[in-house]
Design a protein around this ligand. Sequence first.
Ligand code: BDR
Ligand code: CA
Length: 308
Amino acid sequence: MEVRPIGDNKVFLDMDPGIDDALALTVALKRMNVLGITTVAGNVSVDHTFQNASHVLRHEGQHVPVIAGAKEPLFYPLLTAEHIHGSAGLGDYTWDTNDVPVPPDDAWVWLFEKLRQQLQPCHLIATGPLTNIALLLLAFPTVLNHLASITCMAGGMPGAKLDKAAEFNVFVDPHAAEAVFRYGDHLQMVGINVTHRALLPIADLPKLKRYGRVGGLLFTLLSYYGNKSRGEGGDPNSFPVDDVVAVAAVDAPELFTWKTMPLTVVLEGRLRGTVILSPFDTNRPEVKVASDIDVPDFLDWFWQSFEL
Ligand code: BDR
Ligand code: CA
């Protein structure tokens, strides 16, 4: 695969960093024109996700606005993933956070205003629970005129063989995912049926150290995360890097095979958070669902990002 030039895709990111979100943010900054970041509660509290996004940007010398969003899911209490991402969301990596105030939780209002100001529709990539995106769509339905696509790292393709029924981002806020599948448009879903195949070998992590400050931070973060999540996806020597796969879906959609289908979500009970085909509501938008991924080409794309 040839090295791709830096894309001119204008994107906003909505995320819950979280270690694989921090990786997705870093790669998006290399590949795309990132106009802003909204954070949401998910892997850790929204205070932490805001501070983590702000810190990664500062560490990488980037000036991109970060706005904190929803503190909890629409209806359920927040469930976090500290067992994988560490108590503050970036493993055992710490820094002085006193200088980073957390602004009010109105990220979706900010996002709507920013999207409206752009001359062309922009892409939105969501890699956390979909609470902010649901609130954006519910409060400002006309936002769809300003969006080229909404790509979510969420769920798993209905009918695919999955290693778990419900994926974290949908499980944590299934009502938000349901609102997005119902009221969104130009939707793309990148689920664990593909992200749990695009595995990064633990043995490859030292390669990150070639890439200066950025690579050094990622080496520290991913060493922690890799040890916690190795084996997810089936190979004990590798681990999934879920959120960066959603960045690839926007930057290099040709790496994927896509199917379109209307989706809905199981909201409660034993199957809470499972994404299923919507059999009844024909008014739902067709979602482009990633059904397959070219893993060697994805890994080439991934490593080439650090050369840009
Ligand atoms: C998703 O869950 C989170 O822990 C990760 O950041 C990713 O967004 C994968 O299921
Ligand atoms: Ca995430």
